[in-house]
Design a protein around this ligand. Structure first.
Ligand SMILES: Nc1ncnc2c1ncn2[C@@H]1O[C@H](COP(=O)(O)OP(=O)(O)OP(=O)(O)O)[C@@H](O)[C@H]1O
Ligand SMILES: [Mg+2]
Length: 244
């Protein structure tokens, strides 16, 4: 994986005025959000406020009613999810969504589809992923469904990295993970950023992990109601927007 270098002035991900509805219900309301190159940004908010809907809209799994989404110079709005993946977005969904009956190797190979040309052109798993997650190299033939929750989370991140993304969308990577494994997941994300230079948009409830990000955005009823450096996160904001 090569090191991605992007200027700090131009945002890598730029979201403007994003509004998304499910049927008649408006879920996202006029959301503006930016992620700069090499940055980790954390989106916080209580259950059901629209965090997953925002990531799915960025990934192209849901079509917004209004707004703009840019990745660098590229307008993502008209693109289907696989083209957004090939444009440089890696997506690790809430609940991980690894394929339980496929082996670890075959789950990882699915991530190669996100490279330009897909599996037809890329057959080799990126070896750097085994430096980041040495444990996965020892269980390539094991069924994904037989892995522990923490191992499945590592597999889901490693799968997304096979596409060599510029931006990783991580939706609650520590949800349902044993407390003693939460720190491992947090460190894995730190390693990914240090070794690849990619940016991360994280949805997370654990305060320690949230504080690893430089910037936070707090969501309520589908709108961004507070944002700023995580260094400035007050106890009042934490109590209001985090549930762990
Ligand atoms: N497919 C769907 N159809 C209709 N409504 C939906 C659908 N998916 C989600 N919603 C609703 O949209 C709102 C936002 O859901 P979303 O999953 O984005 O919240 P979230 O902030 O990620 O919550 P959580 O912290 O529980 O993961 C919720 O009220 C939810 O019930
Ligand atoms: Mg969610």
């Amino acid at each position: 994986m090569q090191l991605v270098t992007i200027s700090m002035e131009e945002p890598l991900l730029q979201i403007q005025g994003l509004t998304t509805c499910y049927g008649e219900s408006r879920i996202l309301r006029d959301v503006d959000l930016q992620v700069h190159g090499g940055q980790m940004v954390c989106l916080i908010g209580r259950n059901g406020v629209g965090k997953t809907t925002l990531l799915k809209t960025v990934m192209g799994l849901i079509r917004p009613q209004q707004g703009q989404i840019w990745l660098g110079e590229k307008d993502l709005l008209g693109l289907p999810p696989h083209q957004r993946a090939r444009a440089g977005i890696g997506y690790v969904p809430q609940g991980r969504e690894i394929i339980p009956q496929l082996t670890v190797r075959d789950n990882l190979r699915l991530g190669l589809e996100a490279r330009p040309g897909g599996l037809a052109r890329h057959d080799r798993l990126d070896p750097q992923v085994f430096e980041l997650f040495p444990m996965l190299a020892t269980m390539l033939e094991r069924r994904g469904g037989d892995l522990s929750g923490g191992q499945q989370q590592q597999l889901a991140m490693a799968r997304a990295l096979q596409g060599k993304p510029r931006l990783l969308l991580l939706d609650e990577p520590t949800e349902g993970i044993q407390p003693n494994v939460v720190a491992d997941i947090e460190q894995a994300v730190q390693r990914i950023m240090a070794q690849t230079g990619i940016s991360v948009l994280l949805v997370e409830q654990h305060l320690h992990f949230v504080r690893q990000a430089q910037t936070y955005y707090a969501m309520q009823k589908g709108g961004i109601v507070a944002s700023g450096p995580t260094a400035d996160l007050s106890q009042a904001v934490i109590n209001r927007f985090l549930s762990v």
